[in-house]
Design a protein. Structure first.
Length: 229
């Protein structure tokens, strides 16, 4: 069977969860990466059976998540983590959650993976129009939503089996003006789409790994509800 790592699952409402289920139904082993601040509630809810109804697969069995990895995809390695984040209670309670460390831990746990899914985005100023977006907010959106894919691919490619596949999720606001999708998120998705083409070329040659992105329709996930979509 195939082994899949899905980055960006913290509840049962988003695309990451739905993709995990589809892969599980197809027989894949499921590993997920969960944003550190959301880890505790996600693991608690899983343990208490809050997601059992939505874990149901077409054959009646429940999706098993083999392991949940804490992840913050805006930090590539421990040297990048600022002191205030290190000291933050939610972060101090977990370890090995930078991109490099997560890939190392997955390697130590399982050796290799076959499928990598990027289902994460963050734009702190998403409610601001582009015209009202600060430099800091814009760069934060690109860091969390676009560069995070490059960094994750950089670190996961060496542990991916040849013939493997990676996918991310984009949004039509990259190509058409969608009022309300602000804070540089439209720019971040445009970057993600362009990077997908370049990375498909590079990862295809380097590791026989496919790189694709899906421009997904609107879904009432936690992230989408936060901006009133
Ligand atoms: P979601 O809230 O389920 O998923 C986003 C996840 O990103 C959350 O679990 C969040 O904890 C995580 N995250 C945020 N910052 C992170 C970080 N620094 N490190 C690690 N994880 C982090 O919402 P979703 O809408 O399913 O989003 C999944 C993907 O789908 C995103 O790329 C989003 O832009 C894309 N998308 C969503 C829609 C939609 O309408 N919901 C449409 C098109 C594309």
């Amino acid at each position: 069977g195939k082994r899949a790592f899905i980055a960006g699952v913290a509840d049962d409402n988003g695309y990451g969860w739905a993709i995990a289920k589809a892969l599980a139904a197809a027989g894949a082993e499921i590993l997920v990466g969960t944003w550190v601040p959301a880890l505790n509630i996600f693991e608690t809810s899983l343990r208490r059976g809050k997601f059992d109804e939505s874990r149901k697969l077409p054959d009646g069995s429940l999706m098993e998540i083999t392991k949940v990895y804490p992840l913050d995809a805006v930090f590539d390695s421990p040297e990048d983590v600022p002191d205030d984040v290190k000291a933050n209670k939610r972060y101090a309670g977990s370890s090995n959650w930078t991109v490099k460390e997560v890939a190392e831990t997955v390697k130590n746990d399982f050796g290799t993976i076959d499928i990598f899914v990027h289902s994460l985005a963050n734009g702190p100023e998403v409610k601001n129009s582009l015209l009202e977006t600060s430099r800091k907010g814009y760069l934060a959106a690109v860091s969390a939503s676009s560069y995070s894919f490059i960094s994750l691919l950089q670190h996961f490619l060496p542990i991916m089996n040849p013939g493997g596949a990676t996918i991310s999720l984009t949004y039509i606001a990259s190509e058409r003006t969608i009022p309300g999708y602000g804070g540089g998120m439209s720019s971040a998705k445009a970057a993600l789409e362009s990077d997908t083409r370049v990375l498909a070329y590079e990862a295809g040659r380097k590791g026989k790994i496919r790189v694709n992105t899906i421009s997904a329709g609107p879904l009432g996930s936690r992230a989408a509800k936060a901006i009133g979509f």
